[in-house]
Write a protein that binds this ligand. Structure first.
Ligand code: PGA
Length: 298
């Protein structure tokens, strides 16, 4: 991604309070059972903590072999779903060398059945090599490659129809946040997914503010929490209370080993989608293990 805009360099981001839609009132929050609340701190959803590593267009056979060795050697908390997304051409190498504890995702997929689509990879082919997940709607594909909401929604529907699970990304540009349109953008992107998706069981939502991706400018825990709570409420209103509770809403954008624990403590943050820091095995393991920041003594 491009370097952080200079307005970010001084690091005063426009506060989410400036966003046009009012904050989600407490009484609209999706609660969890009292018994669960005693076991887990600040967990509004009922889904398992989820951490994805998006390797983007990085790596060589050698560097990926080293990263896989680091991940295989890491001690990971058990109550976390972990997924890594290598570039297509290394998926097979990773599948053949990575511990089964970690699942594998693609970073993109074709919109329908394979055939005469030069340069594309189909959902059927992902299934064929044992790849269970795909990241869709990532801001780099929306804003650099030019994929639009409808195209992304249809990709999600087709992938799900082939039993490929979807990490569905949403998030606003800096200028959209500064114009008070954060919720409008996120809800519009959610609606495009919802228009195509009928079964949410295999969907994880990743809120990734574009200004935070690859810039080193992580959203504050409060900024992330406010959008996550609003997205969960959107699911409650537009899909169902059950889907709102069970769907993981993970945060992405400059998450690292040092900032993950504070973010993980927020009640609507159900995990992370990690770019740069997922290329370092020990750092990625620390982020996975930040699930412990949510726990209290029983
Ligand atoms: P980053 O990327 O962690 O390098 O900011 C996150 C993402 O793009 O998913």
């Amino acid at each position: 991604m491009a370097a952080a805009p200079s307005s970010l360099a001084s690091s005063h981001l426009s506060p989410i309070a400036a966003v046009s839609t009012p904050a989600v009132p407490h009484q609209l929050r999706i609660g969890c059972s009292r018994r669960r609340a005693q076991r887990i701190v600040a967990m509004a959803g009922s889904g398992k903590f989820f951490v994805g590593g998006n390797w983007k267009c990085n790596g060589t056979k050698d560097s990926i072999s080293k990263l896989v060795s680091e991940l295989n050697a890491a001690t990971l908390e058990t109550d976390v779903d972990v997924v890594v997304a290598p570039p297509f051409i290394y998926i097979d190498q990773v599948k053949n060398s990575l511990t089964g504890r970690i699942e594998v995702s693609a970073q993109n997929v074709w919109i329908g059945k394979g055939g005469a689509y030069t340069g594309e990879i189909s959902a059927e082919q992902l299934v064929d090599i044992g790849c269970q997940w795909v990241i869709l709607g990532h801001s780099e594909r929306r804003h650099i490659i030019g994929e639009n909401d409808e195209f992304i929604g249809k990709k999600a529907a087709y992938a799900l129809s082939q039993n490929v699970k979807v990490i569905a990304c949403i998030g606003e540009l800096l200028e959209e946040r500064e114009a008070g349109k954060t919720f409008d953008v996120c809800f519009r992107q959610m609606k495009a997914f919802a228009d195509s998706i009928s079964n949410w069981a295999d969907v994880v939502i990743a809120y990734e503010p574009v200004w935070a991706i690859g810039t080193g400018k992580v959203a504050t825990p409060e900024q992330a929490q406010e959008v996550h709570a609003a997205v969960r409420n959107w699911l409650k209103t537009n899909i169902s209370p059950d889907v709102a509770s069970s769907t993981r809403i993970i945060y992405g954008g400059s998450v690292n080993a040092a900032n993950c624990a504070e973010l993980a403590k927020k009640e609507d943050i159900d995990g992370f989608l990690v770019g740069g820091a997922s290329l370092k095995g020990p750092d990625f393991a620390t982020i996975i293990n930040s699930v412990t920041a949510k726990k209290v003594a029983a």
